[in-house]
Design a protein around this ligand. Sequence first.
Ligand code: NDP
Length: 392
Amino acid sequence: MKKVLIIGAGGVGSVVAQKCAANTEVFGEICLASRTVSKCENIARLIDRPIQTASLDADNTKEVVELINKFKPDMVINVALPYQDLSIMDACLETGVHYLDTANYEKPAEAKFCYKWQWDYRERFKEKGIMALLGSGFDPGVTNIFCAYAAKHYFDEIHTIDIMDCNAGSHGKAFATNFNPEINIREITQRGKYWEEGKWHETDPLSRHKTFNFPEIGEREMYLMYHEELESLVKNIKGLKRIRFWMTFGEEYLTHLRVLENVGMTRIDSVAYDGKNIVPLKFLKALLPEPSSLGENYTGKTNIGCMMKGTSGGEDKEIYIYNVCDHAKCYSEVKSQAISYTTGVPAMIGAALMMRGIWTAQGVFNVEEFDPDPFMKELNKHGLPWTVKTIK
Ligand code: NDP
């Protein structure tokens, strides 16, 4: 039985803790640590076996090292914020413990995410004989695995990939984000970017959109965005000619976002106010509902998948691999909404495959670098069943 330290007690951390606790074949002792320890304790109360909790500032590597030395986990699952990725990776290096996360590093002062900072740890993790698995959520995460699975079983070559993320759920609030508001708004307000014929192309934020008929949901308007899995899939899926990422947004969400941007509430620089310096986006985050609080009355479904075109046996081929997740069902299982659920379940699965020695290597890896089959099997078993729809 393996010992796991989970860092971050938000919407995703709650699902990871509950799903690890339920997977008694793999995970023995669990410690859930976060900045606000009362949130860890609230999550612990949802779990029907004892787990440990701890207060931790994960920006401080020394504190993370101390907790690792005290609890002695086999691995760390980082579901705090992307800002903590490097300080936690440093602590894993110092203590020789495996690492997993769901979002790539970004600096607080610049709304830009990229894998370079974490890929730069490859040699050091290899020398230490430990593994880091990056981006084991849904997107990134399951979407990367859908691509690897299609490359292995359906295509000789994949030429185009469109990753499509549709949340057709309703939480009943005028404006809320389904994962950490600060990280979410930084991502959505960035310039769009996609890769075609060996080059990156930029677009104005949310300027390119089209309608798609999502299975089990219907037609929704989706907007081209830059998303982190594009960076690793361009390197790891051979023969690719184009890859894009799309996300659906409702009119009400977009109107709120536009107003917040126009009045400066999404700024990430510091503004002098009443004798103090405040960052408007951080202040906005303090006003918005926490992602973990949205589950109770959430209705509707998500559909997230990959539309892929390419060739198989000399013929053109097109498939859509997707998962549909129901917000209310997630709430009845783990008291969370579907976005936390679709992120937390793959984090637990990635960790379980590492701990069972099924996905094992030394260095820093993205999920699509491993055999997708065991992961796909576990998705069906742990609440995220998938469908392959043949278009051509
Ligand atoms: P939340 O805001 O709900 O939770 C984040 C948690 O991290 C909070 O409990 C917060 O503590 C804690 N935290 C923040 N800073 C620190 C710190 N310095 N030390 C210790 N704990 C800290 O966010 P979510 O649960 O929605 O998201 C968690 C992560 O999952 C994010 O990185 C997000 O980008 C990622 N994600 C990935 C997805 C994917 O598909 N790959 C999809 C959705 C999310 P406090 O409560 O005190 O603020």
